[in-house]
Design a protein around this ligand. Structure first.
Ligand code: AMP
Length: 530
């Protein structure tokens, strides 16, 4: 099929030709005629399918007639992240270059002033993240009762990010007689219910089974011990023909640690995560797109929809916590018919998560070995956890950082651990116990990077002393640790002085002879004077 058969106007067709597209993708083929007929659409499409153009192209045609009034946008597109919103606005610029549509991008992290000025002038297309839109609505800067076309993109991501209540609020302000286009990569029951509530007799379009990775992506997995992950990653980066790559971590603070480690090994690497200020996020992404940075260590903020032309590789430094995220992460490569390669570093602790991914994508990810690195086995105890339990001189120390007795099955689910690990005491203790570590051991790098305190914003607020004491008092494990530390300190000092109330230290005033006690009268006098 040709674009010219879809019913699009000549100016849009010209822009498509300028862009170099020769054929519509399957979602474009199905969605564009429906949108032009002003029908609601429920689209289940994975990223990289050409979904953005499937709604932007017909919207440009629809909005070509008519004029925007001040503060009353004529169409609204909601995106879960600022990067996606910015990307959709770029699409409007590309495909709408022969039109005179005005557009505003309302995203957090940027000043209100410019955004408000634009709204005041009147906009045809408003692209927004839900939080910023609600802020502006509440300040009275915007009215939503002239919205003719409403798009919810990446609805399942909105659900994951907790935006659904915001979206319900926004929808309650929209006129009833609007056209709604609803896109989601997956269609879990909550999303289906939401679609039922927002759409009226929609045309349902599904271009790929939910959450199936593109066939153009070659996948592989390396099973290593936790402490070998960085080495394994470096090996892959050196042996693969990496032009540019996203390296996904599950936690923001690990991003900084890994970035520093890679920098020290001479890689050209940047970082991208949701706690960075927006200007820095935009600048980093732009430098990556321009090829000034070739590796980007990132969180899932980069997993959905971010479109970097010809990304050669995706590395999952951590196994994602949900299998859907795996599909989204690796979907950054192998886009628009290009080939891509995706590698995942898994540890024995990731057995369940890897199983969930295999069930979702309906196949096992092929395993590869890395020269010089021991391949771990699923279900075994991770030797790095054993390593973390080593005390001074390499003596094995019974540590709380090790899995509790009863084996792996007794451990808290990984998600829970990840959340807990944002409160670092356990992990920090484990790292501390590893002191002194041999030069080449990776934990040393981690500690060095941590000492730089790279992600300040992640530090926890200080706990009040009373709260800390109360918690300590209730935590027998902490008492055990403290006793053990004391015992060890005593062993090391070869000092057998008993601890009396003040720890190992005897304050000087305790050694002075006591003064005679004052008589009963003089003490009464003193208190009256006071
Ligand atoms: P999307 O799924 O909207 O993120 O699009 C993925 C990529 O496909 C983007 O880089 C688009 O520029 C590209 N693309 C969209 N439509 C076409 C098409 N008809 N032919 C070739 N590439 C396309």
């Amino acid at each position: 099929m040709l674009f010219s058969e879809l019913g699009l106007g000549p100016d849009v067709l010209r822009a498509i030709e300028d862009k170099g597209y020769t054929q519509p993708t399957p979602i474009q083929e199905q969605a564009i005629p429906c949108v032009l007929q002003r029908r609601d659409v429920l689209g289940c499409a994975q990223t990289g399918t050409g979904k953005t153009a499937s709604f932007t192209l017909p919207m440009i045609d629809i909005l070509a007639s008519g004029r925007a009034r001040a503060r009353m946008p004529r169409s609204l597109i909601l995106e879960p992240t600022r990067e996606l919103a910015a990307q959709v606005s770029e699409s409007f610029e590309t495909y709408g270059k022969h039109h005179k549509l005005s557009m505003a991008l309302l995203i957090g992290g940027e000043t209100f002033t410019e955004q408000v000025k634009k709204l005041d002038r009147g906009v045809d297309v408003l692209i927004a993240t839900p939080g910023r839109l609600i802020d502006l609505f509440e300040r009275g800067n915007i009215m939503l009762n002239d919205i003719k076309v409403f798009v919810i993109d990446e609805a399942d991501r909105m659900l994951d990010m907790g935006f659904i209540p915001d979206i319900e609020r926004i929808v309650s302000k929209l006129p009833k007689n609007r056209q709604t286009l609803f896109f989601s990569a997956t269609m879990p029951p909550e999303i289906r219910r939401l679609a039922d509530a927002f759409l009226s007799d929609p045309m349902e379009i599904s271009v790929a089974p939910p959450a199936s990775p593109a066939e153009t992506v070659t996948q592989a997995m390396v099973l290593v011990h936790e402490m070998d992950k960085r080495k394994a990653l470096r090996h892959l980066l050196q042996t693969e023909d990496v032009k540019n790559a996203f390296i996904f971590c599950n936690r923001k603070r690990d991003i900084a640690v890994l970035q520093k480690s890679l920098e020290r090994h001479g890689f050209n690497v940047g970082a991208l995560h949701g706690d960075m200020v927006q200007s820095k996020r935009t600048e980093t992404l732009e430098r990556f797109k321009q090829g000034e940075i070739s590796l980007l260590v990132c969180s899932d903020v980069a997993a959905r929809g971010i479109d970097v032309q010809g990304l050669s590789h995706v590395f999952n430094f951590d196994v994602p916590l949900t299998p859907d995220d795996y599909v989204h992460r690796i979907g950054r490569t192998g886009r628009a018919g290009n080939k891509g390669r995706a590698f995942m570093l898994a540890t024995p602790d990731d057995t369940k998560l890897v199983g969930a991914i295999a069930r979702l994508i309906k196949r096992e990810i092929p395993m590869i070995a890395i020269d010089g690195l021991e391949t771990a086995e699923f279900g075994e105890e991770d030797s790095s956890s054993r390593g973390r339990g080593r005390g001074r001189g390499g003596r094995a120390v019974k540590s709380e950082a090790r899995p509790p007795r009863g084996g792996r099955e007794d451990r808290a689910p990984r998600e829970e651990r990840a959340v807990r690990e944002d409160r670092p005491p356990r992990e920090e203790r484990a790292v501390r116990e590893e002191r002194p570590v041999r030069e080449e051991r990776p934990v040393r790098e981690e500690r060095a990077a941590r000492d730089d305190r790279p992600v300040r914003e992640e530090r926890q607020p200080r706990e009040s002393l009373a709260a800390a004491e109360a918690r300590r008092g209730n935590d027998p494990r902490r008492d055990r640790d403290r006793d053990r530390d004391r015992r060890r300190r005593r062993d090391e000092d070869d000092d057998d002085v008993p601890v009396i109330g003040f720890g190992d230290h005897m304050p000087a005033f305790m050694l002075r002879s006591a003064r005679p006690r004052p008589s009963a009268e003089s003490s009464t006098e003193q208190s009256q004077e006071g």
